[in-house]
Design a protein around this ligand. Structure first.
Ligand SMILES: [Zn+2]
Length: 152
């Protein structure tokens, strides 16, 4: 995995689990780690106070909702709304340190801004996407780098 950022992983285990899987709310995350990896996670994130776990869960649930709904919003042609919710997703992912989400979201935002002819923002997010690919992308993402270089 490119980003070893989630506290569950920082705990010292090299888990071949995507952030998107660790990006689940507390109960689902614990279930997954217990069933798949056979341990009770006691990292900083998982051992926060109940209040902070609830806050984190709310953010993660919101992220899942946005990711579920965003395609529909785009299909309806509501591009400005799609931009708004993707920026919300970005902020939530940063707050939760779920960095696997960032690159994809930058790409989506670059495309959306391109669609609404906002060239400055399209370039801004394309550059961020490219930077993310350069830093974290593996060989499977080289063609994406080329694509975004051509775009810029
Ligand atoms: Zn954990």
């Amino acid at each position: 995995m490119a980003h070893a950022t989630d506290p569950c992983r920082r705990r010292g285990l090299t888990l071949a689990v995507a952030d998107t899987e660790l990006g689940k709310p507390y109960d689902e995350r614990q279930d997954m780690l217990r069933q798949k990896w056979g341990f009770e996670c006691t990292c900083d994130l998982c051992s926060m106070s109940q209040k902070r776990i609830d806050e984190s869960d709310a953010r993660r649930t919101k992220m899942a909702t946005i990711r579920r709904d965003v395609l529909d919003i785009v299909r309806k042609g509501e591009f400005h709304r799609a931009i708004k919710v993707n920026k919300e997703l970005l902020a939530l992912a940063q707050e939760e340190e779920l960095l696997d989400y960032l690159g994809d979201t930058y790409e989506i935002l670059a495309r959306l801004y391109n669609v609404v002819k906002d060239k400055a923002n399209a370039e801004k997010y394309a550059k961020l996407a490219l930077e993310d690919l350069r830093i974290f992308g593996g060989p499977d993402r080289y063609d994406s780098v080329q694509k975004w270089q051509d775009f810029l």
